[in-house]
Design a protein. Structure first.
Ligand SMILES: Nc1ncnc2c1ncn2[C@@H]1O[C@H](COP(=O)(O)OP(=O)(O)OP(=O)(O)O)[C@@H](O)[C@H]1O
Ligand SMILES: [Mg+2]
Length: 216
């Protein structure tokens, strides 16, 4: 489903260059649950942003679902991302002035997503929190809202960047169970995590070091 061929990403700044991804090749099968590990700065977020077509690599080819992503225009990439990819950010990234159901609906491609958003949030145990603003939610509830938002368009691919980093073990387990449920329905999951909660659900664990995939 996903094919990365010789992908390199170099961040350039006044202080010099950082080779965040160094000639990375990786195939991810449709329906695979992949865990990505690596030290801080090893390129995990860069890899995830690349997979989500949010970051253009400097070199190499990215093919998702038969489409060559780095050959697309920006608007083609935006459409691709919105229709096929769900992204869960490390720090939730909920909009503070919108309540729970609004935070989910805003990501929807449909005009009227009320019923769908409510159904999804109820599945995530947030049926009685729909009109809470993020400040009035626990960390676990915020993250469940963020996961519901990532799933509102029925993506084929769910990307998550340390989704359990701010959660206690119980909440972390709940998030991973929701990923596993998505996976069991045929979804493809790539999750960056330091924790071990995802291990039992995963098909494969890869390790990054200095922008390269290495053996553990
Ligand atoms: N916008 C940027 N400009 C310059 N350098 C960057 C930028 N974003 C990331 N980097 C550098 O690229 C390297 C890889 O960053 P990345 O965020 O992918 O690491 P990571 O593995 O996700 O780390 P962490 O576990 O701390 O989140 C790091 O050395 C980082 O400092
Ligand atoms: Mg990161």
């Amino acid at each position: 489903m996903i094919e990365l061929k010789n992908i390199s990403k170099i961040y350039r700044s006044k202080k010099g260059e950082v080779r965040a991804l160094d000639n990375v090749s990786l195939n991810i099968k449709e329906g695979e649950f992949l865990v990505v590990r690596g030290a801080s700065g090893s390129g995990k977020t860069t890899l995830l942003l690349t997979l989500g077509a949010m970051l253009k690599p400097d070199k190499g080819t990215l093919i998702i679902d038969g489409e060559v992503i780095n050959g697309m225009t920006e608007s083609e990439r935006n459409h691709f991302r919105a229709s096929k990819v769900g992204f869960v950010f490390q720090m939730f990234h909920l909009l503070p002035y919108l309540n729970v159901i609004e935070n989910v609906k805003i990501a929807s491609l449909k005009k009227d997503a009320d019923a769908e958003a409510e159904k999804l949030l109820t599945e995530f145990g947030l049926g009685d929190r729909l009109t809470h603003k993020p400040y009035a939610l626990s960390a676990g509830e915020k993250q469940r809202t963020a996961v519901a938002r990532a799933l509102i368009n029925n993506p084929k691919l769910l990307l998550a960047d340390e989704p359990t980093g701010n959660l206690d073990p119980d909440n972390a387990q709940e998030i991973m169970k929701s990923f596993s449920a998505f996976h069991k329905k045929g979804g493809t999951v790539v999750v960056v995590t330091h924790g071990t909660e995802a291990d039992k659900f995963s098909d494969r664990i890869i390790h990054l070091k200095d922008g390269k995939i290495v053996d553990a």
